[in-house]
Design a protein around this ligand. Sequence first.
Ligand SMILES: [Zn+2]
Length: 287
Amino acid sequence: MRGYRWVFAALVVGSALLPGLVVSAQQSRPDHEITKLADAVYLYRHHAHQALFLTTPQGVIVTDPISVEAATWLKAELKTLTDQPVRYVIYSHHHNDHITGGRVFAEQARFVSHAAARDRILQAADPNTPVPDLTFTDRMSIELGGTRVELIYTGKNHSDNSLVVLLPQHKLLFAVDFIPVETLAYRALPDAYPDEWIESLKRVEQLDFETLVPGHGKIGTKAHVGLFREYMEDLRAAVREQLQKGATVEEAKQRVRLPKYQQWQRYAEWLPENVEGLYRYLSESRQ
Ligand SMILES: [Zn+2]
């Protein structure tokens, strides 16, 4: 086990504490890290991926296991926190860079996902990724040891099966890959549904929470959902304008600039790819 450390922080929304926490975590940047976000609510990070877990008197609820290595490490760390087993593993969506490794918990856990994720996980047939035995299409609650977790489907976005995990008692939302915090969307938007994505973000904006925990990168607040929706709307409008002018995809990639977002992570690298993804999507949806 390589070096990691605990970082404790009270979950104080809107204060300088959370950004400070992220900065301090990045200075040493261990491979694995557990951060206590609130009473019995933890963030665990493995390299660039992260997810939540919750401890209760009747068992642990884990979201994305990330990988066999990450899940094996997490299982060992959980033993230092609780004598309870993992009872639920919740998959945020079907992408294997987030959900591989659940077999580590398979003896005592149930696996939960959106119904459409289950189909894709069945097809992939990866023995490290147990097939979900609990699925839903719109909304589902899990109650365990006095803790309630709401799983909500807000429509297609980065995938067709992304759920959000809402912790009502903590006003905290976990959402993976479709609401990056001050970061551009991933590359050329593989698997994505850009129009529905924007609508899905509007539905997230209707939910009652204060803290946004993404699957990569820094923790945000609810305001970051609106900022990212505006980014997607601005990107779509800029690419649509290029299409209307008859620009080729290469021309659009060179011309579209969104300086409002130039301070965001991955702006220089991923903006041309985001443009390309949108361009292909809008070209196809016109026919
Ligand atoms: Zn993904």
